[in-house]
Each structure stands twice: as structure tokens, then as C-alpha cells.
Design a protein around this ligand. Structure first.
Ligand code: SF4
Length: 453
């Protein structure tokens, strides 16, 4: 995990800073971002980062301290500090109308100076916003902020949606573990994977079960566990997703640069067989980024069956082996058959997620081949009629929608469990799609837009 926001330079850590850092490392904290709140702490954060390769620093003036910002002098100091190689962001800056420690007009001016500086030095921005939703969003919009995190998010769903629509990161602290934080947990469940971060904000806001005590980076796992629960994934998934995001945002560490063949999500193992597809769906995640749940999916070359089998190992270690990936697996039915046969021979379970065009693209009945080695086939319907399908899924093959329906009818004869799925989005008549599934006598499942894996 990466603690994307902590104040390790603060006096609360003077008695045991080194021990605290050691405990964080023992708890699996790969990196920590030491966040500044004034000039003094900016220098202290840089010093700390220089002494530890896994600690990085930011420079900035917290809105509480906005009154200390002296127009040209402070800006010059911050600009000079930004040139240090250990500095990875500008901030924390923003607006705090809860405490109002600095006049609001001064907070707004200083926030704007920080946004200008971040753009000038080409670093991301760390934003603090408390009870200042409207002004925060207006200023972000006015300044054209494109690369930032709103830390310790405490806003509402609308604020989160606006930030997400701008492609800005949202970071959740230990507050998400508090008993009364139901609304915050709901928001933590909806932020897209590629914009999610976690933090401690130590020494403040310790998560349960340490609420009220001094917080420290080693407590990050409690926040990760709650977020995993509300998102229906494992803490390891949260760790991988948020660490990759922190690396991308702050430009630190290494992110996998090429696609993985197999990837674990929850208790299933997914197979990334190909990046080719016979559709060009308008909602396809492939056109947004290369990652699913923190796994790079962009294959440099398509794996052969023996490579996939080696990557799977013992299939009974997983609830299911799922052919999915960043493309249409049934473009390669021979490989699916060979690998699925291996899995079944060892007693594993096999599911294939497909767009239902396997017969069309191969000009043969691939379902006959899959009979006996595939337990479950999940077909993306995504539209109540051919016209809507053409508009949303942009099939490359003629007669794709009819072909898909024929495939599902056929699948019922050869595969024990068949499911039709739709992605919930404008133009999709979910009730009509459900009726099609009922007519075909198969299961039906609604998926949320931008939730993959
Ligand atoms: S069928 Fe799946 S992989 Fe192919 S374009 Fe559509 S969403 Fe992407």
C-alpha cells in the first residue's frame, strides 16, 4: 500500500518517528507521501524524504496557514523547493470553511496561487476542502486543474461525481471506518478504480479501532479493509489499485508496463487471452486505460495455451477461472478449449465472458468445442434491439446482434449455466433486456458502467 497523505514531519512524531516508519514498512507500506502545510514543514518533509527512498515530499501552504502567505516571497520559496527531486506534488492547499483559521478570501487567493504554481512546475496538486464544496469546484474549474487529488474526501456524492468527471483522484482516510460515515462509504464504493486513493492523514483521524489516538501510516490497512468491503473486492485488490494510482499521480515507483496473462480479483483468477475484439463498444474500458483492478492488461503478444496453463498453476486454488481480459476470448476458441480442458481435468471451475460473436467470427460452432469444459458462459447483451446494439457496441461483423441471440440459444444446449448481462447506461432498456433473457430461459445480470472485473 501507499499512504498518499501523512504528516510525518509533525512534532507528534518527534518521540518515535523512526519506529513509526519501521512499523509502516512492517505493515506493508511501500511508500509514503509526506505532506507539507507551511514553508517550515515543506523543508522538513523534503529532509525526511532525502533520508528514506520510500518517502516523498510535497511543498505548500495549508488553508489554515493561508494568512502567512506573502505574495511574491512565499511563491518564490515554494517554486525553489519544487525543484528538489524528492518533491512530487504541490500542496496541501485548498479551502477550509469549517475552522476558518484564515479569512476565506485569502484562502481562495492562496489556493489559486498554488494551482498556478502546480501548472507552472508541472506537478500534481494535493487539495484540502472542508465545508467549501462550491468554491472548491468553481476554482478548480476556473483554473483548469487536470492533475490533482482531493485528499481526506468529506464532500457529498455530487462533489465526488464532478471530481470524477474531471478525472481527478479522490482519497479516503480513516474517517471512512467511522460508524456514522455511511454516506462516505457509499461514495467510496462508487469512485472508479483508476481514481481511487487511500491515506492516513496521520497524525490525525485514526481509523477504527484506533479512533481518538494518534494516527500513523501502519494503520492504513484498516481503511483499505473497509473500502474493500464496500467495493466487494479484497484488501489486496484495494492495495494494488490504489498503489498503482499513487504511482501514476505522483510519478513514483514502477507500474507494470506490459499486460499480464492471468490476474486475480477477489477469489477468482482471470485469463487475459487477447486484446482483439469484434466490437468497439463506446463504454469499453480499453479506450480509457490499460488497467483493470490495478493489473496492466495491454498484452505485448498473445499467450499460447501452455503459457496460460503455467500461469494458472493449481486451478482449484480459485473459485473460478474466468476467460475475460481486454478483448474477446472466443476469437481464440482453440486456446480456450485447451486451457479450460486443463482446468476441468484438475477439478476447477471455468467461466467464459464473451460478446457472443464466437460463432460468427470463427464461422463454426465453437460451443460444441466448449461443451464439457466450460461451466458458465456470460454473454454481454448490452442492448434491447439491433439498432441500439449497433450504436453502443459498434460491431465489426454484419448481423452481430442476431448472431449473439443465436449464440445464446445454442449455448443453452451445451453449457450448464448461461447468463446475459447488460451495462446500465443511457439508451439501454434494462427491463426489455431482462425480458429477452427470460424468453431465452437464461440468467440475467446488470453491470455498472466503468466497473470492470
Ligand atoms: S465486447 Fe467487451 S472487450 Fe469488446 S469492445 Fe465491447 S466491452 Fe470492449
Amino acid at each position: 500500500m501507499i499512504d498518499s497523505h501523512c504528516h510525518l514531519e509533525m512534532r507528534q512524531f518527534d518521540v518515535d518517528r523512526d519506529a513509526c516508519i519501521l512499523r509502516a514498512r512492517d505493515a506493508g507500506i511501500e511508500a509514503m507521501i509526506a505532506i507539507a502545510s507551511d514553508i517550515e514543514s515543506s523543508i522538513a518533509a523534503i529532509d525526511l524524504a532525502k533520508g528514506h527512498p520510500f518517502i516523498y515530499a510535497t511543498v505548500g501552504i495549508h488553508p489554515h496557514n493561508a494568512s502567512t502567505f506573502v505574495e511574491s516571497a512565499t511563491c518564490e520559496q515554494l517554486r525553489a523547493l519544487c525543484s528538489d527531486a524528492r518533491v512530487v506534488a504541490v500542496g496541501e492547499t485548498g479551502l477550509d470553511y469549517h475552522y476558518d483559521h484564515s479569512p476565506r478570501n485569502v484562502q481562495r487567493d492562496v489556493f489559486v496561487r498554488h494551482m498556478e504554481l502546480a501548472q507552472e512546475v508541472d506537478l500534481p496538486l494535493v487539495i484540502h476542502s472542508r465545508e467549501a464544496k462550491e468554491d472548491t469546484l468553481v476554482l478548480i474549474e476556473q483554473c483548469g486543474v487536470k492533475n490533482a487529488v482531493l485528499h481526506c474526501f468529506s464532500g457529498d456524492m455530487h462533489m465526488a461525481e464532478v471530481l470524477v468527471s474531471r478525472g481527478l483522484y479522490i482519497s479516503f482516510s480513516g474517517v471512512v471506518t467511522f460508524k456514522k460515515a455511511e454516506q462516505l462509504r457509499e461514495i467510496a464504493g462508487m469512485v472508479p478504480d483508476d481514481l481511487l486513493l487511500i491515506e492516513t492523514d496521520a497524525p490525525y483521524l485514526a481509523p477504527l479501532p484506533y479512533r481518538g489516538k494518534r494516527n500513523e501510516p501502519s494503520y492504513l490497512r484498516y481503511t483499505a479493509e473497509v473500502i474493500a468491503r464496500v467495493r466487494g473486492i479484497s484488501p489486496q485488490d484495494v492495495a494494488r489499485i490504489t498503489s498503482n494510482n499513487a504511482k501514476r499521480l505522483f510519478g513514483i515507483g514502477e507500474v507494470a508496463s506490459s499486460g499480464t496473462i492471468t490476474y486475480k480479483i477477489r477469489d477468482c483468477l482471470y485469463i487475459n487471452l487477447t486484446n482483439r475484439c469484434t466490437n468497439e463498444c463506446v463504454f469499453c474500458i480499453r479506450y480509457k486505460n490499460d488497467f483493470v483492478k490495478g493489473h496492466n492488461m495491454r498484452l505485448l503478444q498473445e499467450p499460447e495455451a501452455d503459457e496460460i496453463i503455467a500461469a494458472i498453476g493449481d486451478p482449484t486454488a480459485y473459485k473460478e477461472i474466468v476467460f475475460c481480459g481486454y478483448g474477446e476470448p472466443l476469437i481464440r476458441p482453440d486456446v480456450v478449449k485447451a486451457v479450460a480442458g486443463y482446468v476441468k481435468a484438475l477439478g476447477g471451475q471455468v467461466r467464459v465472458n464473451t460478446n457472443g460473436q464466437g460463432n460468427l467470427v470463427n464461422d463454426q460452432d465453437v460451443l460444441v468445442q466448449l461443451s464439457g469444459v466450460v461451466d458458465h458462459i456470460s454473454v454481454s447483451l448490452n442492448a434491447q434491439d439491433a439498432r441500439t446494439y449497433e450504436r453502443l457496441c459498434k460491431p465489426l461483423l454484419d448481423g452481430a446482434y442476431e448472431g449473439l441471440l443465436g449464440f445464446v440459444r445454442q449455448a443453452r444446449r451445451y453449457i450448464p449455466v448461461v447468463t446475459l448481462t447488460v451495462v446500465e447506461m443511457p439508451g439501454v432498456d434494462v427491463a426489455a433486456c431482462q425480458a429477452i433473457a427470460n424468453d431465452l430461459g437464461v440468467n440475467f445480470r446488470v453491470r455498472h458502467l466503468d466497473v470492470v472485473g
